[in-house]
Ligand binder design. Structure first.
Ligand SMILES: [Zn+2]
Length: 263
């Protein structure tokens, strides 16, 4: 039977599975696999990855790295030793076998080929990147569900612009952040936007998921736009008091990101 391009694309996406591997207290190491080969995103811990790959009889083909923090790269060298020829796509010359930079495209050679574009997202760290393609985004510590990463190295303006780059992607994009911070983020967001009914509904859903030990991720960008205060600095009526009414979106972003640090 002859299928058109759209059908083929759809089938290809369905045939690759993406699953989380839990690490440390709240990290997710994402794994894309085709039942034979696997690609791992941000392996902070090699042991949990090896255990997972063995349990599924998967060979590790490639590693994607979003940024240099230890809870994202701590397992890279052990995995490199364990899996001969593993390709490491990173901006960091000390660990990369395939050094990449903003705007590059990489092809992940699973049974169903996936192409990802590298997007620079400075803010959390200056050299933070995301992998975007096939309707999905591995966004590391830049965006979390109902939250965003701390601004460690960049400026608040850089972080805000990085979040705006994500916001400009298609609403159907599935976001794969690296941490399960959702419930705490929702509790904070409800102090900023208490009247947001979509956020309340999402809170109820996530309480149930977390109680059942089910990840709240991935999440669709279209929903995040309705509930994540860091994506809504220019569109919402935030409960910030009269002093911030005339502030720019960037000033509001900076204010609520600092508030979140102490929450
Ligand atoms: Zn980080």
């Amino acid at each position: 039977m002859v299928r058109n391009d759209v059908d083929v694309k759809l089938i290809r996406n369905i045939m690759n599975t993406i699953e989380p591997i839990k690490a440390f207290t709240d990290n997710y190491i994402w794994c894309i696999h085709d039942n034979t080969n696997a690609v791992i995103v941000d392996p902070g811990d090699a042991e949990v990855v090896i255990r997972y790959l063995n349990s599924k009889k998967l060979n590790l083909k490639a590693i994607l790295v979003t940024h240099k923090h230890a809870d994202h790269i701590g397992g890279v060298s052990a995995l490199k030793k364990q899996y001969n020829g593993v390709q490491i796509y990173s901006l960091l010359p000390e660990i990369a076998t395939h050094l990449i930079s903003n705007g590059d495209s990489i092809k992940i050679d699973l049974a169903n080929c996936m192409t990802f574009k590298i997007i620079a997202l400075p803010g959390h760290t200056l050299d933070h990147i995301a992998f975007y393609g096939n309707g999905i985004l591995f966004c590391g510590d830049t965006l979390f569900s109902v939250g965003c990463g701390r601004v460690f190295e960049g400026t608040y303006e850089q972080m805000y612009q990085s979040l705006m780059l994500i916001r400009a992607l298609d609403d159907d994009t599935l976001l794969y952040p690296a941490h399960e911070y959702t419930l705490k983020n929702i509790k904070f967001a409800r102090t900023i936007e208490p009247q947001n009914n979509t956020l309340t509904q999402y809170y109820i859903k996530c309480l149930d998921l977390v109680a059942k030990n089910i990840p709240t991720l991935p999440i669709k960008l279209g929903l995040e736009k309705l509930i994540n205060p860091f994506l809504r600095c220019d569109v919402l009526e935030l409960k910030l008091g009269p002093a911030l009414i005339k502030c720019s979106p960037l000033e509001i972003f900076t204010h609520i990101r600092i508030l979140r640090n102490g929450f």
